[in-house]
Design a protein around this ligand. Structure first.
Ligand code: GDP
Length: 312
């Protein structure tokens, strides 16, 4: 990838895509193309074919997906499996057909079996049953990985796949129903503080363990691997450290400055008991995350108060 290579970032308005655009800018890449949903509906094959034939990008970062937190996944299974399968099929096939030189696909740590040994290694893919709350999304992401591997084997298409852990950062979705845990808790504690509430409720038991990576770290890993890795093997991207949801909630409560109690609502799902990635493959390639969790959460809270709190 050269400074003037033509690069398409699919999903540039989302948490991950917007971070990839910023990371490419910081690294000096200036020839970046993007498309809004209105300009190119990625679930429509003809739209994707026309868009790629017209613009002929050399490199594609595939950050477009139907995403959401545990409740959204659990309650909208048809949208999660259909939209993701359609987007992946269209982009991977049409990128190959239009002559893209290299393609980067983003999966998720939820592709691993619910009870995979921890930390989860890349080899654990397809070794056991999935977590039921997000199996629709996970199946679609596994299909995307397999498409990349199949197009590499049959056509020599240089498609690589990264598996990010749970992500957070600016420009996330802060909707209380469909968001992931970090933006959900930022918003909940912010509103509880504003109302002077005595307590705020957190879903589940607080015992599940998750690993959190700043999206700017993920984006830098994407640029790094686009430049330095080609292969069929998937690559985990994370910090290699996890924490309980209770510990996360306490950290976010401190950052937001809410001084009420945290109450756990065990009628809500916990999801997978633990999701921690083994990142030794990535480390061996020479990449490490740079951002501190507490600082990253504080930055995300500042983004929320500046951009989203008033619209919440
Ligand atoms: P997951 O990693 O796919 O389970 O994604 P989430 O980020 O949605 O949830 C992570 C964990 O945080 C789960 O155990 C949730 O039950 C817990 N959690 C606690 N409160 C919330 C909340 O308000 N929203 C979400 N999405 N998760 C929450």
């Amino acid at each position: 990838m050269h400074r003037d290579s033509k690069i398409y970032v699919a999903g540039h308005r989302g948490l991950v895509g917007s971070a990839i655009v910023r990371a490419l800018g910081r690294a000096g890449y200036g020839n970046i193309i993007t498309a809004t949903h209105a300009q190119c509906d990625l679930t429509e094959q003809a739209a994707v074919r026309d868009f790629l034939a017209l613009h002929k990008p050399e490199y594609v970062f595939m950050a477009a997906a139907r995403v959401g937190g545990i409740l959204a996944n659990d309650t909208r299974p048809a949208e999660f499996i259909r939209d993701n399968l359609a987007i992946e099929t269209n982009i991977i096939h049409e990128a190959w057909a239009s002559g893209v030189r290299k393609f980067l696909f983003l999966g998720s740590s939820c592709i691993y079996p619910r009870l995979a040994p921890q930390p989860m290694r890349e080899e654990h893919l397809l070794t056991g049953p999935l977590e039921s709350t997000n199996e629709w999304y996970a199946i679609a992401k596994i299909a995307g990985i397999k498409m990349c591997q199949a197009y590499r084997r049959q056509y020599g298409f240089d498609a690589i796949s990264l598996m990010p852990t749970n992500l957070y950062g600016p420009a996330d979705n802060f909707d209380p129903v469909s968001s992931h845990v970090v933006p959900a808790l930022i918003r909940k504690f912010h509103e509880a503080k504003a109302l002077g509430a005595k307590q705020a409720s957190v879903w589940g038991t607080g015992t599940p363990r998750r690993e959190f990576l700043h999206v700017d770290d993920l984006a830098e890993a994407c640029v790094f691997l686009m430049r330095n890795y080609s292969g069929e093997d998937i690559v985990n991207v994370g910090t290699g450290r996890d924490m309980s949801i209770r510990e996360l909630a306490e950290m976010i409560r401190d950052i937001v400055g809410f001084d009420g109690d945290i109450v756990f609502d065990a009628s809500r799902p916990d999801g997978t008991p633990q999701k921690l990635l083994d990142v030794s493959r990535l480390t061996a390639l020479g990449w490490h995350p740079a951002r501190d969790l507490r600082e990253g959460l504080a930055e995300t809270y500042a983004w929320f108060t500046a951009n989203a709190a008033s619209r919440a």
